[in-house]
Design a protein around this ligand. Structure first.
Ligand SMILES: [Zn+2]
Length: 258
């Protein structure tokens, strides 16, 4: 059930049966020229749609903006920063808490959001509630190592193909990451905004646009190239995510009130 389609009496009825709610959280950000800017919320939206087909869980409207400061060098990317996401998500959860919700399932589409979601989870825990962080792309890779992937690689490309294949700009699929060692060859590119020195990865925060003009970066998932993506893979993977979340939620929502 989608909260946005209900009236308040239906919400009151739901709360007599469950105090759980799913909140998809995404990001509006560059994922490389072959991908849409909405990738990180379009995929959670699709998982939520599939979840709704197999679960009575209440699903809140998606938070489409997230913490993505590294990518604001690419036009159209909008970051509300970690502090902005903490403020927004905490306000949403606190309001829902007032109505009686105590089990929050955050269906997250973007790694940069994790710190903010964790902060809100700690805040809710102190108030006697539980929050679970469901990072779909990491969960998918744990369910099936062949699905594992990074930012704009095969995993996310396959997932967007499952949402709508016309969203993939196929003329750019074969374009490489086109990474440059922007900090010099003595401190070559390592992963995301990390450099590699003597085999050790060191984070040097900066703009991804300094590193590449394309913008898909699969860093630790070197084999995760966009060209391996298929819509069939995406559909199978997103269905598996919805199945997993439905099963997980059955146990998570049974955690007793504290
Ligand atoms: Zn993404």
């Amino acid at each position: 059930m989608f909260l946005a389609r209900m009236n308040y009496l239906q919400v009151e009825e739901y709360l007599k049966t469950s105090d759980a709610i799913v909140i998809p959280v995404g990001s509006l950000e560059n994922h490389g020229l072959h991908m849409p800017l909405g990738t990180d919320f379009l995929i959670p939206d699709e998982i939520a749609r599939l979840l709704d087909e197999r679960s009575p869980l209440l699903i809140a409207p998606t938070i489409n903006y997230g913490a993505t400061d590294d990518l604001t060098g690419f036009a159209g990317t909008v970051s509300i920063g970690t502090e902005g996401l903490i403020a927004l998500l905490r306000a949403v959860c606190d309001q829902l808490y007032q109505y009686g919700f105590r089990h929050f399932l955050i269906l997250n589409g973007h790694g940069g959001n994790t710190a903010a979601i964790q902060a809100v989870g700690s805040h809710l825990y102190r108030k006697g509630a539980y929050l679970a962080i469901l990072n779909w792309w990491l969960m998918a890779g744990q369910l099936n190592p062949e699905w594992a992937g990074g930012h704009g690689g095969g995993e996310e490309t396959a997932a967007v193909m499952a949402v709508d294949p016309t969203l993939i700009k196929t003329e750019y699929l074969h374009m490489g990451e086109n990474i440059r060692n922007d900090l010099g060859d003595d401190l070559p590119y390592g992963a995301w905004t990390n450099v590699l020195y003597k085999g050790v990865s060191v984070t040097v925060p900066r703009q991804v646009r300094d590193i590449t003009d394309n913008g898909w970066l699969v860093h630790s998932f070197k084999g995760d190239v966009p060209t391996r993506a298929t819509a069939e893979w995406g559909r199978e993977m997103l269905s598996a995510m919805a199945d997993y979340i439905a099963d997980f939620a059955a146990h998570f929502t049974a955690l007793p009130k504290r």
